[in-house]
Ligand binder design. Sequence first.
Ligand SMILES: Nc1ncnc2c1ncn2[C@@H]1O[C@H](COP(=O)(O)OP(=O)(O)O)[C@@H](O)[C@H]1O
Ligand SMILES: [Mg+2]
Ligand SMILES: [Zn+2]
Length: 509
Amino acid sequence: MLAIIDSVALQGLDGQRVRVEVDVSHGLPCLDLVGLPDAAVREAKDRVRTAIKNSGLEFPIQRITVNLAPADLRKEGPVFDLPIAIGILAATQQINYEYCQDILFIGELSLDGSIRGVHGVLPLVLAARDMGLKRVVVPLENAAEAALALDMEVYGVANLAELAAALRGEVELQIYQLEAGEAPAPQESEVDFADVRGQLAAKRALEVAAAGGHNVLMLGSPGCGKTMLARRLPTILPDLTFEESIEVTKIHSLAGQLVHNDPLVKKRPFRTPHHTSSAASLVGGGRVPKPGEISLAHHGVLFMDELPEFHKDALEALRQPLEDGCISVSRVAASFTFPAKIMLIGAANPCPCGYQLDKDRECSCTPFQVQRYLHRISGPLLDRIDIHLEVPKISYAELTDAPPGEPSAQIKARVEQARSIQRERFKGLAITCNAAMGAREVRRFCKPDPAGAKLLQEAFKRMSLSARSHDRILKVARTIADLDDSEIISVNHLAEAIQYRGLDRLFRG
Ligand SMILES: Nc1ncnc2c1ncn2[C@@H]1O[C@H](COP(=O)(O)OP(=O)(O)O)[C@@H](O)[C@H]1O
Ligand SMILES: [Mg+2]
Ligand SMILES: [Zn+2]
């Protein structure tokens, strides 16, 4: 008899329908798996056979043919164990075939018949929902994650014997319900801007960055507080919307980075790849493409400490995603895109010894060494960074006597206000924040008043700025005016924005 069971294969984050066709007929006992299965699917044969036997069910001593259709679609991973097993049980009438219709089955089988959790459950279930399926059977440990796909009936099942009994109508499975209290509430953060003493200029610059979605490069001596400041940036960004949370959760699901009993990612990601990271670990990839650090930072912050120490090709790999907000990964069989809307915060010592900007210590580097060091951050990458920030070392007196800083919640309220102005401004356009403006939007939305225009013109000559820096200054000035609730970009707004190009001189030459 032939049984057909629904399943889904992921291509990046997108799902495609797969039909698991199982035919059991007379002939020499064997199990043939066709339809381009990868190594993991082939191993599924052995797991399925043993799991069925160890669940008190019968593995047919007949000719079994399993076809995963469509054949030209590349299928990866162990998620097909369960639909294959269900197909075999249905084809041999050990369960009721009728009950297996219009249900998505996801799960890896252990040899003892228990159903093990898999990666990528949320994107799989969302894809099934888009295909019109209403019910899904998932490993028990993935049930909370699957239930994030609203309007789906989710059944979390621990082992094959239990599932088979339900599919014979002997027991009833409970629909998994998100318990009250599991409902998303943004978690308290362990860090807060109030912890940072002094550093008013740096905090202000990060507020501007958060308000407009601008990338930042911080330069300063070791220990001046760069890491401390960057870690607090997510605490002043607006809360994730539910849709954004789901997008982030899908990516983290694929990477296997969710907490099983609390799978929804509610906090903005803060990712800190080490400077020894390869380009592949940043952008993602691999035989079964997995999202990289840039995608794991989607809707959050990618903090790259010691930016000049990163490999050249890793820095190069950042350019396209910074430009497009997504990453394209090409494979022989297909190409996928992973989302990657991030704020990049780079931090660097200003020179190899670290003390070039330090008032108290002598820098031991030659001008040539300094330049060679900073030039590792290539022009095109630097071009994506709107705000340059020199972080000074605070004095001992400031560290001990300065009052606690303003709490993150207050700064965040101002950021949210400025963001709502931007949403209104860009209604109907594909962008949501000032940093994403192209040349055309800069012309349209960033006209300074006459005094501002004059200041910019003077600065342009004095600092011999490039045309790109010119647009960057206008975008940042737009954000500063928004924080000021001002439609007009005036001379004060521009003066502050020009300050954030102070490092252009270090990079020139
Ligand atoms: N403004 C500040 N207020 C309070 N503590 C600070 C401040 N700046 C630095 N520190 C302390 O110094 C430590 C080192 O700072 P860090 O952020 O690691 O410096 P960097 O990344 O620039 O080398 C921090 O963990 C913090 O304890
Ligand atoms: Mg640091
Ligand atoms: Zn130095």
